[in-house]
Ligand binder design. Structure first.
Ligand SMILES: NC(=O)c1ccc[n+]([C@@H]2O[C@H](COP(=O)([O-])OP(=O)(O)OC[C@H]3O[C@@H](n4cnc5c(N)ncnc54)[C@H](OP(=O)(O)O)[C@@H]3O)[C@@H](O)[C@H]2O)c1
Length: 323
């Protein structure tokens, strides 16, 4: 596993990280969750990504992780980077959503209780909140670090302008922003339109999510919808549903799959290697329902380079959807 420096910080992250958004909830067996985490860690995936609302239901993924941390991972705490987040609706009333100091601090304490951790390595504001002064949210993040409850802080889904302002504030507060977590894949190219430039200038790392487009950028939907797939499972909480599978994207996946085969890769490996081809990317967070998906993903690192012809062919398949 290659480890890549996170912006201009001292921290290195594995090129492939594992996220617990889906597949670690109440419907999932503890045995499978244990095998997923062990498979990842044994492959050098030292970073597990959580949030207060991961499950389903919200909170369940942190509880599952907490159980497995106690039984399996506690001796390896210093070999792990564990992140969590707050920003989306988590509990009823005015204090369980957004970016107020009240919400962020209360949610951090809940996440520490659910996981049984003494601290998170990275704590994120999960999304911008235009109703809260940015100073308030960033001061809350910086105070988490001062209190020893987080080692680093990050931002997710902030626009380039919001990111720049947040980075300035965090720097003034003495807690530089470590990392930004945007959605980035062959099908969602937004970070190329300003965000990656801002992150490079600010010295902030970048870790992509949904780079397999929740499974669309794998070979799994090319012959229909398998019954055990995320699209068929009706998980809610933002998980892709069968009705959201877009035939145009499936056709792109079919053509990309042919290119992947010519490169001697799976489509999942091509999709992940493509995200990691940009040196401004620190890591990509995959989701997985089966251990074999983690093994598949990690092997993207065997063929990381693309020729100019391959990159041009990818743009042709995507129909100029990108930069
Ligand atoms: N910051 C944010 O707002 C935000 C939002 C979303 C996600 N995230 C983070 O990013 C992580 C990953 O997100 P994601 O789950 O959307 O990522 P993803 O990697 O795009 O999709 C993961 C899903 O794709 C399928 N898959 C993965 N590898 C496969 C393979 N080799 N072959 C066939 N199918 C494969 C599996 O679904 P099946 O169940 O069908 O097998 C898996 O659960 C999350 O866990 C979370 O940590 C952050």
């Amino acid at each position: 596993m290659p480890y890549r420096r996170c912006g201009r910080s001292g921290l290195q992250l594995p090129a492939i990280s594992l996220g617990l958004w889906q597949n670690f909830g109440e419907k999932d067996t503890l045995g499978n969750c244990r095998t997923l985490l062990r498979t990842a860690f044994d492959a050098g995936v030292t970073h597990f990504d959580l949030a207060n609302n991961y499950g389903p239901p919200p909170g369940a993924a942190e509880e599952t992780f907490g159980q497995l941390y106690q039984s399996d991972f506690r001796p390896y705490r210093d070999e792990l980077i564990i992140s969590s987040k707050a920003g989306y609706g988590m509990w009823p009333g005015p204090y369980g959503d957004g970016g107020s100091r009240k919400y962020l601090m209360a949610s951090l304490h809940q996440s520490l209780r659910r996981t049984g951790l003494e601290y998170f390595d990275i704590f994120y504001h999960h999304r911008p909140d235009s109703d809260t002064p940015l100073e308030e949210s960033m001061t809350a993040l910086a105070d988490m670090v001062r209190q020893g409850k987080a080692l680093y802080v990050g931002l997710s889904s902030y626009s380039p302008d919001e990111t720049r302002r947040a980075c300035e504030l965090l720097r003034e507060l003495g807690t530089p922003c470590l990392i930004h977590q945007p959605k980035y894949s062959l099908l969602v190219r937004d970070p190329e339109h300003g965000l990656l430039d801002v992150l490079a200038e600010e010295g902030v790392g970048c870790i992509a999510f949904s780079s397999l487009a929740q499974g669309v950028l794998t070979d799994k939907y090319l012959q229909g919808v398998p019954p055990d797939s995320r699209a068929a499972r009706q998980l809610g909480n933002g998980a892709i549903e069968e009705s959201q599978l877009n035939p145009a994207n499936i056709e792109k996946a079919r053509q990309l799959n042919e290119l992947a085969q010519q490169r001697g890769q799976t489509l999942a490996q091509l999709a992940l290697a493509w995200v990691l081809r940009d040196p401004r990317m620190t890591s990509v967070i995959i989701g997985a329902s089966k251990p074999s998906q983690i093994t598949d993903a990690v092997q993207c690192l065997d063929k990381p380079a693309f020729t100019a012809d391959e990159l041009a062919r990818i743009e042709q398949i995507l129909g100029g959807a990108g930069a």
